[in-house]
Design a protein around this ligand. Structure first.
Ligand code: MN
Length: 490
């Protein structure tokens, strides 16, 4: 093993040496559509149990599935956003298994011929670490219903509202080497889906959930046996599940045991994974083409038209923000993480000092929104109002410190920032006479500090503080600094 490998933060220390974690993810993303994949029933979240169930979703005898064109359109758009190959011909297959919440006795999915083939996602894990995660495929499939075991002691209930809802299953290659990389990948994928508008990415409502494949190996060795952790529904839990599962596997292997391919569950309360069942092989599902559905075919012109209609995606937007606004790659990345934030920033920055605008959006606005758990769409401070605050700072009408007070007033009370500054006398004092008076008063009152400052020029900060305090924070800081330096002769 080389020194660089040993020093890599990707490796974890076991009792008998270093191990590498290998992660691949299967993301189930619910397609944003009104109706289900093969029926006209509502795909809306919630509702009373079994409110959104057609005869097709309940698998009544003789019912036939009819493909929802909007789901096909969204799958293609998503594939294009993942820089992936779009297959002009794909096939729906039956994946056979028994479960009470699956009335058909099979799930309609795509097996050998998915609608979308190989693609890739560029992921910035940290400002210093960029990885490219390969996408193996994206296919369309039906969601299952939900079994409810906690409504009664004696019986289980089945809610078929989710049955038949359209999912895109996005399968990555095993290209991730840490929990951080996996978290960053899911977060980037979610951003892309939300930009495209093909999935709302709402993990609490289960619109986006991950099956996490984890294995470990000695650096440089072939891939180990993997275990799959099913249906993890938050980015934080995905990271925790990977770390817990890797630790478990390393423990087993270091004790001389072997890893059996398994499907496991993550228990966030205990911070551990536990076995659900031994993993099925594909042949256990007896896949075969669904005889009720023709192969799905469309032409290249359709794909090209969808490509032309895609919005600007996050990677392109980030590049543009760096180039056009002179932002740092990090700031640009933060701003484009949500389309709404990027739009807000552009509305604030237009025709202004863009770096100053970015600072205010990222530090003050995002900080305040996070504190109150609000979306940027419901920000009490509009982009237009924040733009005016940025103008007032850039024109030296107010200091940065007063601007924070002003921001707070606009946040809580609303109103026009420029008018508030006038009415409440918040203008910066640039009048040298007024500042001079304050400076002289401070110097006169503190002869001992003046003597100290001659020997120790860093005392200047204390004087600046006193003058700012005496002027209610409204003195222009540059003017105060200059005056003090000349008066103190330092
Ligand atoms: Mn699936």
């Amino acid at each position: 093993m080389t020194m660089t490998q040993a020093a890599s933060p990707k490796l974890i220390k076991g009792a008998t040496g270093d191990w590498e974690i290998i992660v691949g993810l299967e993301i189930h993303a619910q397609v944003t559509t009104r109706a289900k994949l093969f029926s006209g029933a509502s795909a809306e979240y919630g509702g009373e149990p079994n409110d959104h169930v057609s005869l097709v979703d309940a698998a009544m005898p003789g019912m036939l599935p009819v493909i929802n064109e909007e789901c096909v359109r969204q799958a293609i758009r998503t594939g294009l956003g993942l820089e992936a190959k779009i297959n002009l011909r794909s096939v729906f297959d039956r994946k056979n298994y028994f479960y009470p919440d699956l009335p058909q006795g099979y799930q309609i999915s795509q097996y050998k011929n998915p609608i979308v083939g190989e693609g890739e996602v560029i992921v910035d894990v940290t400002p210093a670490e960029r990885i490219v995660v390969g996408v193996e495929r994206l296919h369309l499939e039906q969601d299952a219903g939900k079994s409810l075991h906690d409504l009664s002691d004696a019986e289980s209930h089945v809610d078929l509202n989710r049955s038949g809802v359209a999912l895109m299953e996005i399968v990555s290659k095993p290209d991730m080497r840490s929990a951080d990389q996996a978290r960053a990948y899911v977060s980037k994928l979610r951003t892309i889906l939300r930009y495209i508008g093909s999935c709302d990415g709402n993990m609490e409502e289960g619109s986006l959930r991950a099956d996490v494949n984890v294995s470990v190996r000695r650096p440089g060795e072939p891939l180990g046996t993997r275990c799959e952790i099913k249906n993890v529904n938050s980015i934080r839990f995905i990271g925790q599940a990977i770390e817990a599962e890797a630790r478990r596997q390393i423990g087993v292997l270091e004790d001389g045991g072997v890893i059996h391919q398994q499907t496991r569950l993550f228990d966030p309360g205990k911070g551990e994974t536990r076995s659900m069942r031994s993993k099925e092989e594909a042949h256990d599902y007896r896949y075969f083409p669904d005889p009720d559905l023709l192969p799905l075919e469309f032409d290249q012109a359709y794909v090209d038209a969808l490509k032309a209609g895609l919005p600007e995606l996050p990677d392109a937007k980030r590049q543009r923000f760096i180039k056009d606004y002179g932002l740092s790659p990090y700031d640009a990345g933060v701003l484009v993480a949500e389309r709404a934030s990027a739009d807000y920033f552009e509305a604030t920055a237009k025709g202004r000092d863009a770096k100053l605008a970015a600072n205010w959006v990222i530090n003050e606005l995002f900080g305040r929104l996070n504190k109150e758990g609000r979306d940027i769409q419901r920000s009490p401070v509009s982009a237009q109002a924040l733009g005016v605050i940025v103008d007032l700072i850039a024109q030296c009408v107010i200091s940065g410190k007063i601007a924070k007070d002003l921001f707070e007033i606009v946040w809580t009370e609303g109103g026009d920032p420029r008018a508030i500054v006038e009415e409440r006398g918040m203008k910066q004092v640039t009048d040298t006479g007024a500042i001079e008076a304050a400076v002289d008063a401070i110097i006169e009152a503190n002869p001992d500090k003046v003597a100290q400052a001659k020997a120790k020029p860093s005392m200047l900060g204390w004087f600046v503080g006193q003058v700012m305090k005496a002027t209610g924070g409204k003195a222009n800081p540059q003017a105060v600094n200059q005056l003090l330096k000349s008066r103190l002769d330092i």
